[in-house]
Design a protein around this ligand. Structure first.
Ligand code: EPU
Length: 418
């Protein structure tokens, strides 16, 4: 069966508890800026634990279009950026994902020129790129055309104050700063682990960057030589599986995780009654009946991640009492609620705030994924629902979850890709 948009669906026969172990893949949001960063290297570089995702395919297509040689074998991806000669990314490639925006900073740094148009990505409300453009202009980029699409200039390090700790703008400006003359300082920078992973990759190639993981990042200009690095585990995939067992009940072990990276999600699950055990790079989550953890408010790292807002809501649809969830990062990221209601959930929404009144049972139905995390969350809810659920719009989920159906099946869920 195919979805309403002509794409594939997930079929979930719910009501089965989850047991077993699941290996978490490399992080999508870490690998995308790293792939853009390969443009900066003087020599070939390799990235390991690269997840097999359509967003990664899109980044590889951009690199290939620019002229790079890309070799991919299993989870290893090597890029020879030396033959790169283009700087103009066409709209079709820009529109495939949000991560295409990172190439602007990297191309400005390497070629002194880039074309920056609105990138694609999930529809989460307004997602402007004004911080990216303002930062590049502060470094010396100038718009060459009246439509503000083509920028060029010689970059010179400066002090940049971000109006908000934007993850993407921080990453883009780190990449631009590597190609700028002298020191670039980014104040009010985002602190997400994916930013530290990008900086580690650049430092392994000889770049001088400090302060990542804090509010102030300093980048000394100078292109990297060569690098080989492993992508950090995907904290959002880990959080989603933790929410899945909380929703369906059971006892699972998450392998290859960095527990601190998704600690706020685990702490909400503990407040809701789950038992969580930590051990080095593993986390075990046991779940029976849940109670409301109270209020959950999303915030930039180290706050509760916006990417886990939909999965945690799914996990709490049957939690006893009323849970309140506030989305503060994106202006319109609660489109999954409609699907939850189709499954019998009682959720009220006013603006970016949702009141979830726990119900005893959810039932199957036909629902549509509107974005990546919302699609994963519908699956999390469907695992706990009695009967069959069809989740249309699987393409959203494939952008960010490697072998999602396969991994859920290995835990005992009845999930088929159709
Ligand atoms: N913002 C602006 N102007 C800008 C940039 C951002 O107003 O120039 C606003 C956004 O509209 C939003 C807020 O700032 O309201 C935060 O956006 P941010 O720039 O931090 O997000 P992003 O870089 O677009 C990345 C992830 C998202 C994740 C957010 C927040 C990637 C490719 N995407 O997006 O991941 O939700 O950070 O943590 O890294 C996902 O994986 O499902 C996903 C959406």
């Amino acid at each position: 069966m195919t979805g309403g948009d002509g794409l594939q669906s997930l079929l979930v026969d719910g009501g089965k508890r989850l047991f077993g172990e699941v290996q978490i893949s490399g992080s999508k949001n870490a690998v995308l800026p790293m792939l853009a960063a390969t443009v900066l290297f003087k020599e070939p570089c390799c990235i390991q634990s690269v997840p097999n995702l359509t967003d990664v395919d899109a980044a590889v297509d951009i690199l290939t279009y620019l002229g790079a040689k890309v070799e991919r074998s299993g989870g290893s991806l090597c890029v020879d950026p030396r033959p790169i000669w283009r700087w103009d990314i066409p709209d079709e490639l820009m529109n495939r994902m949000r991560g295409s925006v990172f190439f602007a900073g990297a191309l400005m740094a390497r070629m002194g020129k880039c074309r920056l148009t609105q990138p694609g990505g999930c529809p989460l409300g307004k997602r402007p790129v004004n911080f990216h453009i303002d930062g590049l202009m502060a470094l010396g980029a100038r718009a060459d055309t009246l439509d503000d699409q083509i920028y060029s200039g010689h970059l010179v390090g400066t002090e940049i104050i971000l109006p908000y700790p934007s993850v993407g703008a921080t990453e883009n400006l780190i990449l631009a700063g590597v190609g700028a003359e002298g020191m670039t300082t980014i104040h009010n920078a985002a602190r997400e682990p994916e930013i530290c992973c990008l900086c580690d990759f650049l430092r392994a190639g000889g770049c001088r960057i400090s302060g990542d993981g804090t509010r102030c990042i300093r980048v000394m200009g100078g292109l990297p030589d060569s690098s080989r690095m492993q992508v950090i585990p995907d904290r959002m995939e880990a959080a989603t599986f933790a929410c899945a067992v909380a929703s369906a009940g059971g006892d699972i072990l998450l392998r290859n995780v960095q527990p601190l990276h998704f600690a706020p999600v685990l702490s909400v699950l503990e407040r809701a009654g789950c038992s969580v055990y930590y051990r080095n790079d593993q986390v075990r989550v046991q779940a029976e009946e849940l109670v409301s953890p109270g209020r959950v408010v999303t915030a930039p790292y180290p706050g509760f991640p916006t990417d886990a807002q939909a999965p945690i809501m799914a996990a709490l649809l049957r939690a006893k009492g009323t849970t309140i969830i506030d989305e503060t990062v994106f202006s319109d990221r609660m489109n999954h609620i409609e699907g939850f209601r189709t499954m019998g959930a009682q959720v009220e929404r006013i603006g970016n705030c949702a009141w979830i009144h726990g119900v005893q049972k959810l039932h199957g139905g036909t629902v549509t994924a509107q974005d990546l995390r919302g699609g994963a969350a519908l699956t999390v809810a469907a695992l706990a629902a009695q009967g069959k659920t069809t989740i249309l719009g699987l393409r959203h989920i494939l952008r960010g979850y490697e072998d999602f159906a396969l991994k859920l099946r290995s835990l005992g869920a009845d999930v088929q890709q159709a």
